[in-house]
Design a protein around this ligand. Structure first.
Ligand code: SF4
Length: 342
Protein backbone atom coordinates (compact mmCIF):
# COMPACT_ATOMS: atom_id res chain seq x y z
CA UNK A 1 0.00 0.00 0.00
CA UNK A 2 1.34 3.47 -0.89
CA UNK A 3 2.74 5.57 1.96
CA UNK A 4 0.55 8.54 1.00
CA UNK A 5 -2.63 6.41 1.17
CA UNK A 6 -1.63 5.00 4.55
CA UNK A 7 -0.92 8.50 5.90
CA UNK A 8 -4.33 9.72 4.65
CA UNK A 9 -5.93 6.70 6.34
CA UNK A 10 -4.20 7.57 9.63
CA UNK A 11 -5.61 11.10 9.45
CA UNK A 12 -9.13 9.89 8.60
CA UNK A 13 -9.04 7.23 11.31
CA UNK A 14 -7.81 9.73 13.90
CA UNK A 15 -10.61 12.14 13.01
CA UNK A 16 -13.21 9.36 13.16
CA UNK A 17 -11.88 8.17 16.54
CA UNK A 18 -11.94 11.67 18.02
CA UNK A 19 -15.61 11.93 17.08
CA UNK A 20 -16.89 8.39 17.71
CA UNK A 21 -14.35 6.49 19.85
CA UNK A 22 -15.15 4.97 23.25
CA UNK A 23 -12.85 7.32 25.12
CA UNK A 24 -14.42 6.73 28.51
CA UNK A 25 -13.39 3.08 28.92
CA UNK A 26 -11.38 3.00 32.19
CA UNK A 27 -8.44 1.09 30.71
CA UNK A 28 -8.04 3.90 28.18
CA UNK A 29 -7.74 6.42 30.97
CA UNK A 30 -4.92 4.90 32.97
CA UNK A 31 -1.18 5.27 32.74
CA UNK A 32 -0.67 2.06 34.72
CA UNK A 33 0.51 -0.86 32.54
CA UNK A 34 -0.76 -3.31 35.19
CA UNK A 35 -4.32 -2.00 34.80
CA UNK A 36 -3.98 -2.30 31.02
CA UNK A 37 -2.72 -5.85 31.45
CA UNK A 38 -5.65 -6.87 33.70
CA UNK A 39 -8.14 -5.41 31.21
CA UNK A 40 -6.47 -7.20 28.29
CA UNK A 41 -6.61 -10.57 30.04
CA UNK A 42 -10.25 -10.08 31.06
CA UNK A 43 -11.25 -8.94 27.57
CA UNK A 44 -9.65 -11.94 25.84
CA UNK A 45 -12.78 -14.08 26.12
CA UNK A 46 -15.33 -11.70 27.61
CA UNK A 47 -17.37 -8.79 26.28
CA UNK A 48 -16.52 -5.20 27.26
CA UNK A 49 -19.89 -4.62 28.96
CA UNK A 50 -19.53 -7.72 31.21
CA UNK A 51 -15.95 -6.88 32.18
CA UNK A 52 -16.96 -3.31 32.90
CA UNK A 53 -20.13 -4.09 34.85
CA UNK A 54 -18.88 -6.84 37.13
CA UNK A 55 -15.18 -7.61 37.07
CA UNK A 56 -12.62 -4.91 36.20
CA UNK A 57 -13.21 -2.48 39.07
CA UNK A 58 -13.73 -5.06 41.87
CA UNK A 59 -10.56 -6.90 40.79
CA UNK A 60 -8.46 -3.75 40.90
CA UNK A 61 -10.02 -2.68 44.18
CA UNK A 62 -8.89 -5.96 45.74
CA UNK A 63 -5.52 -6.12 43.93
CA UNK A 64 -4.64 -2.48 43.10
CA UNK A 65 -1.01 -3.17 42.13
CA UNK A 66 0.98 -5.96 40.53
CA UNK A 67 2.67 -6.44 43.91
CA UNK A 68 -0.69 -6.76 45.70
CA UNK A 69 -1.72 -9.43 43.20
CA UNK A 70 1.59 -11.25 43.60
CA UNK A 71 1.22 -11.24 47.40
CA UNK A 72 -2.38 -12.54 47.37
CA UNK A 73 -3.21 -16.22 47.98
CA UNK A 74 -4.36 -18.03 44.82
CA UNK A 75 -7.74 -18.80 46.40
CA UNK A 76 -8.47 -15.07 46.76
CA UNK A 77 -7.55 -14.45 43.10
CA UNK A 78 -9.75 -17.33 41.91
CA UNK A 79 -12.66 -16.11 44.07
CA UNK A 80 -12.40 -12.65 42.52
CA UNK A 81 -12.38 -14.22 39.04
CA UNK A 82 -15.44 -16.38 39.82
CA UNK A 83 -18.07 -16.11 37.07
CA UNK A 84 -15.66 -14.74 34.47
CA UNK A 85 -14.72 -18.22 33.20
CA UNK A 86 -11.57 -19.39 31.42
CA UNK A 87 -9.89 -19.74 34.79
CA UNK A 88 -6.42 -20.45 33.42
CA UNK A 89 -6.37 -16.70 32.73
CA UNK A 90 -6.57 -15.98 36.48
CA UNK A 91 -3.96 -18.60 37.36
CA UNK A 92 -1.57 -17.20 34.73
CA UNK A 93 -2.24 -13.59 35.75
CA UNK A 94 -1.32 -14.52 39.32
CA UNK A 95 1.78 -16.47 38.25
CA UNK A 96 2.91 -13.61 35.99
CA UNK A 97 2.46 -11.12 38.85
CA UNK A 98 4.62 -13.32 41.10
CA UNK A 99 7.30 -13.48 38.41
CA UNK A 100 7.30 -9.79 37.47
CA UNK A 101 6.34 -7.82 40.62
CA UNK A 102 6.78 -5.01 41.49
CA UNK A 103 6.35 -3.88 37.83
CA UNK A 104 5.68 -5.29 34.38
CA UNK A 105 8.65 -5.20 32.03
CA UNK A 106 8.48 -2.81 29.06
CA UNK A 107 10.02 -5.13 26.50
CA UNK A 108 8.40 -7.61 24.13
CA UNK A 109 10.79 -10.46 24.98
CA UNK A 110 10.40 -10.05 28.74
CA UNK A 111 6.60 -9.89 28.52
CA UNK A 112 6.47 -12.98 26.29
CA UNK A 113 8.48 -14.88 28.91
CA UNK A 114 5.68 -14.41 31.49
CA UNK A 115 2.99 -17.10 31.91
CA UNK A 116 -0.17 -16.61 29.84
CA UNK A 117 1.15 -13.66 27.80
CA UNK A 118 1.00 -14.29 24.06
CA UNK A 119 1.94 -12.05 21.19
CA UNK A 120 -1.28 -10.03 21.15
CA UNK A 121 -1.31 -9.39 24.90
CA UNK A 122 2.35 -8.35 24.79
CA UNK A 123 1.60 -5.96 21.90
CA UNK A 124 -1.41 -4.53 23.74
CA UNK A 125 0.51 -3.95 26.99
CA UNK A 126 3.35 -2.30 25.04
CA UNK A 127 1.05 -0.12 22.91
CA UNK A 128 -1.44 0.87 25.64
CA UNK A 129 0.72 0.68 28.76
CA UNK A 130 4.04 1.93 27.40
CA UNK A 131 3.02 3.76 24.17
CA UNK A 132 5.40 1.65 22.06
CA UNK A 133 4.79 1.04 18.33
CA UNK A 134 3.17 -2.42 18.33
CA UNK A 135 0.02 -3.41 16.42
CA UNK A 136 -2.83 -4.98 18.40
CA UNK A 137 -4.68 -7.88 16.80
CA UNK A 138 -7.89 -8.77 18.65
CA UNK A 139 -10.89 -10.35 16.91
CA UNK A 140 -12.29 -7.08 15.51
CA UNK A 141 -8.94 -6.02 14.08
CA UNK A 142 -8.45 -9.46 12.53
CA UNK A 143 -11.71 -9.03 10.64
CA UNK A 144 -10.68 -5.56 9.44
CA UNK A 145 -7.33 -6.90 8.19
CA UNK A 146 -9.03 -9.67 6.21
CA UNK A 147 -11.27 -7.07 4.58
CA UNK A 148 -8.73 -4.29 4.02
CA UNK A 149 -6.45 -6.73 2.21
CA UNK A 150 -9.30 -8.85 0.74
CA UNK A 151 -7.97 -12.14 2.08
CA UNK A 152 -10.36 -14.98 2.86
CA UNK A 153 -7.91 -16.89 5.05
CA UNK A 154 -4.65 -15.84 6.63
CA UNK A 155 -2.45 -17.06 9.46
CA UNK A 156 -2.13 -14.93 12.58
CA UNK A 157 1.49 -14.20 11.63
CA UNK A 158 0.36 -12.90 8.22
CA UNK A 159 -2.30 -10.72 9.86
CA UNK A 160 0.25 -9.29 12.30
CA UNK A 161 2.49 -8.46 9.37
CA UNK A 162 -0.35 -6.65 7.59
CA UNK A 163 -1.36 -4.82 10.77
CA UNK A 164 2.26 -3.79 11.33
CA UNK A 165 2.45 -2.34 7.81
CA UNK A 166 -0.55 -0.07 8.56
CA UNK A 167 0.35 0.89 12.14
CA UNK A 168 0.65 4.57 12.95
CA UNK A 169 4.00 4.32 14.73
CA UNK A 170 3.77 7.87 16.07
CA UNK A 171 0.43 7.26 17.81
CA UNK A 172 0.25 3.55 18.70
CA UNK A 173 -2.10 4.09 21.64
CA UNK A 174 -4.82 6.01 19.76
CA UNK A 175 -4.34 4.12 16.49
CA UNK A 176 -4.88 0.70 18.08
CA UNK A 177 -7.84 1.86 20.18
CA UNK A 178 -9.36 3.39 17.05
CA UNK A 179 -8.93 0.17 15.07
CA UNK A 180 -10.65 -1.84 17.79
CA UNK A 181 -13.53 0.63 17.89
CA UNK A 182 -13.78 0.62 14.11
CA UNK A 183 -14.24 -3.17 14.22
CA UNK A 184 -16.75 -2.98 17.07
CA UNK A 185 -18.81 -0.11 15.63
CA UNK A 186 -18.36 0.09 11.83
CA UNK A 187 -16.68 -2.93 10.27
CA UNK A 188 -19.31 -5.22 11.80
CA UNK A 189 -19.31 -8.97 11.10
CA UNK A 190 -22.64 -8.61 9.29
CA UNK A 191 -23.68 -5.56 7.24
CA UNK A 192 -20.59 -3.40 7.89
CA UNK A 193 -21.20 0.34 7.59
CA UNK A 194 -18.71 0.95 4.76
CA UNK A 195 -20.21 4.33 3.88
CA UNK A 196 -19.16 5.62 7.34
CA UNK A 197 -15.74 3.98 7.35
CA UNK A 198 -12.51 6.05 7.33
CA UNK A 199 -10.71 3.04 5.77
CA UNK A 200 -12.95 2.95 2.70
CA UNK A 201 -10.41 4.53 0.28
CA UNK A 202 -7.82 1.84 1.01
CA UNK A 203 -10.17 -1.12 1.59
CA UNK A 204 -9.70 -3.82 -1.06
CA UNK A 205 -12.61 -5.90 0.23
CA UNK A 206 -15.28 -3.20 0.38
CA UNK A 207 -17.18 -4.51 -2.68
CA UNK A 208 -18.03 -7.75 -0.86
CA UNK A 209 -16.96 -7.27 2.78
CA UNK A 210 -18.88 -10.22 4.18
CA UNK A 211 -16.79 -12.58 2.04
CA UNK A 212 -13.82 -11.79 4.32
CA UNK A 213 -12.80 -13.69 6.31
CA UNK A 214 -14.21 -16.96 4.91
CA UNK A 215 -16.68 -18.49 7.38
CA UNK A 216 -15.14 -21.33 9.41
CA UNK A 217 -17.11 -24.60 9.19
CA UNK A 218 -19.21 -25.08 12.33
CA UNK A 219 -18.27 -28.07 14.44
CA UNK A 220 -20.85 -29.65 16.75
CA UNK A 221 -20.13 -29.05 20.44
CA UNK A 222 -19.03 -32.27 22.19
CA UNK A 223 -21.14 -33.24 25.21
CA UNK A 224 -19.61 -34.74 28.37
CA UNK A 225 -22.15 -36.57 30.52
CA UNK A 226 -21.23 -36.95 34.16
CA UNK A 227 -22.68 -37.73 37.55
CA UNK A 228 -21.96 -35.44 40.48
CA UNK A 229 -22.16 -36.63 44.07
CA UNK A 230 -22.62 -34.11 46.86
CA UNK A 231 -21.64 -35.59 50.20
CA UNK A 232 -23.12 -34.08 53.37
CA UNK A 233 -22.08 -35.22 56.82
CA UNK A 234 -24.24 -35.58 59.91
CA UNK A 235 -23.51 -31.94 60.92
CA UNK A 236 -24.75 -30.63 57.56
CA UNK A 237 -21.24 -29.85 56.24
CA UNK A 238 -20.49 -30.46 52.56
CA UNK A 239 -17.48 -32.11 50.95
CA UNK A 240 -15.78 -29.76 48.48
CA UNK A 241 -12.12 -29.97 47.46
CA UNK A 242 -9.86 -27.76 45.35
CA UNK A 243 -9.24 -29.10 41.86
CA UNK A 244 -5.65 -29.67 40.89
CA UNK A 245 -6.33 -30.32 37.18
CA UNK A 246 -5.33 -27.79 34.52
CA UNK A 247 -8.99 -27.30 33.59
CA UNK A 248 -10.73 -25.37 36.41
CA UNK A 249 -7.62 -25.84 38.61
CA UNK A 250 -7.82 -23.77 41.81
CA UNK A 251 -11.63 -23.87 41.90
CA UNK A 252 -13.45 -26.11 44.37
CA UNK A 253 -15.57 -29.03 43.16
CA UNK A 254 -17.90 -31.78 44.36
CA UNK A 255 -17.21 -35.42 43.43
CA UNK A 256 -17.52 -35.99 39.68
CA UNK A 257 -18.07 -39.49 38.25
CA UNK A 258 -18.40 -40.90 34.75
CA UNK A 259 -21.90 -41.29 33.33
CA UNK A 260 -21.92 -45.08 33.73
CA UNK A 261 -20.88 -45.04 37.42
CA UNK A 262 -23.28 -46.82 39.75
CA UNK A 263 -21.53 -46.06 43.02
CA UNK A 264 -19.19 -43.57 44.62
CA UNK A 265 -16.12 -44.82 46.46
CA UNK A 266 -15.30 -42.60 49.41
CA UNK A 267 -13.20 -43.18 52.55
CA UNK A 268 -12.96 -46.94 51.93
CA UNK A 269 -16.70 -47.39 51.37
CA UNK A 270 -18.94 -47.71 48.29
CA UNK A 271 -22.11 -45.61 48.24
CA UNK A 272 -24.69 -46.69 45.66
CA UNK A 273 -26.07 -43.86 43.51
CA UNK A 274 -29.54 -45.43 43.42
CA UNK A 275 -29.66 -45.16 47.23
CA UNK A 276 -28.89 -41.42 47.15
CA UNK A 277 -31.30 -38.50 46.87
CA UNK A 278 -31.55 -37.39 43.20
CA UNK A 279 -31.36 -33.57 42.99
CA UNK A 280 -31.66 -32.95 39.25
CA UNK A 281 -29.66 -32.09 36.17
CA UNK A 282 -27.32 -29.19 35.43
CA UNK A 283 -25.85 -28.05 32.12
CA UNK A 284 -22.78 -25.86 31.80
CA UNK A 285 -21.30 -24.59 28.54
CA UNK A 286 -17.52 -24.38 28.33
CA UNK A 287 -15.39 -23.18 25.42
CA UNK A 288 -14.77 -26.68 24.05
CA UNK A 289 -17.61 -28.84 25.37
CA UNK A 290 -20.98 -28.90 27.12
CA UNK A 291 -21.27 -30.56 30.52
CA UNK A 292 -24.50 -32.42 31.29
CA UNK A 293 -24.45 -33.73 34.83
CA UNK A 294 -26.99 -35.41 37.07
CA UNK A 295 -26.57 -34.49 40.72
CA UNK A 296 -27.07 -36.77 43.75
CA UNK A 297 -26.98 -36.03 47.45
CA UNK A 298 -25.69 -38.59 49.96
CA UNK A 299 -25.96 -37.91 53.68
CA UNK A 300 -23.41 -39.65 55.90
CA UNK A 301 -24.47 -40.65 59.39
CA UNK A 302 -21.26 -39.32 61.00
CA UNK A 303 -19.67 -35.90 61.36
CA UNK A 304 -16.41 -35.42 59.44
CA UNK A 305 -13.56 -33.31 60.74
CA UNK A 306 -11.16 -32.68 57.85
CA UNK A 307 -10.82 -29.22 56.29
CA UNK A 308 -12.52 -30.49 53.12
CA UNK A 309 -15.93 -30.32 54.84
CA UNK A 310 -17.58 -26.91 54.75
CA UNK A 311 -20.69 -25.53 56.47
CA UNK A 312 -23.14 -24.01 53.94
CA UNK A 313 -22.23 -20.38 54.75
CA UNK A 314 -18.49 -21.13 54.19
CA UNK A 315 -19.14 -22.62 50.73
CA UNK A 316 -20.05 -19.18 49.37
CA UNK A 317 -16.57 -17.91 50.23
CA UNK A 318 -14.80 -20.60 48.19
CA UNK A 319 -13.93 -20.02 44.52
CA UNK A 320 -16.49 -22.07 42.58
CA UNK A 321 -17.06 -22.72 38.89
CA UNK A 322 -20.37 -21.98 37.16
CA UNK A 323 -21.30 -25.69 37.42
CA UNK A 324 -20.79 -25.75 41.20
CA UNK A 325 -22.84 -22.57 41.60
CA UNK A 326 -25.69 -24.32 39.73
CA UNK A 327 -25.31 -27.40 41.95
CA UNK A 328 -25.54 -25.18 45.05
CA UNK A 329 -28.96 -24.05 43.84
CA UNK A 330 -30.19 -27.64 43.90
CA UNK A 331 -29.16 -28.31 47.50
CA UNK A 332 -31.77 -28.45 50.27
CA UNK A 333 -30.04 -25.80 52.39
CA UNK A 334 -31.39 -24.41 55.67
CA UNK A 335 -33.27 -21.11 55.30
CA UNK A 336 -30.43 -18.99 56.72
CA UNK A 337 -28.01 -20.31 54.05
CA UNK A 338 -30.28 -19.76 51.03
CA UNK A 339 -28.60 -16.43 50.19
CA UNK A 340 -25.68 -18.34 48.71
CA UNK A 341 -27.98 -20.00 46.14
CA UNK A 342 -27.66 -16.91 43.93
FE1 SF4 B 1 -14.78 -2.79 6.83
FE2 SF4 B 1 -16.19 -1.62 4.89
FE3 SF4 B 1 -14.40 -0.23 6.27
FE4 SF4 B 1 -13.61 -2.07 4.53
S1 SF4 B 1 -14.72 -0.18 4.08
S2 SF4 B 1 -12.81 -1.78 6.60
S3 SF4 B 1 -15.20 -3.61 4.81
S4 SF4 B 1 -16.29 -1.15 7.07
Amino acid sequence: MKTASVKAFHRALDQWYRQHGRHDLPWRNTADPYHVYVSEIMLQQTQVKTVLARFYHPFLEQFPTLQALADAPQEAVMKQWEGLGYYSRARNLHAAAKAAAPALPASYEALMALPGIGKNTAHAVLAFGFHQPYAVMEANVKRIMHRLFAVETATTAELFEKAGSLLNRDEPFHYNQAMMDLGAMVCLPKRPLCHECPAQPICMGRAAPESYPAAAPKKPTPVRRKRVVVLRDARGHYYLTPRTSRFLGGLYGFIELEEDATSCHFNGQDYRLDAMQPLGNITQIYSHFRLDAFVYLATLDVGMNSGDWHPPEAMAKLPLSGAELKILRLLPLPCDARALQR
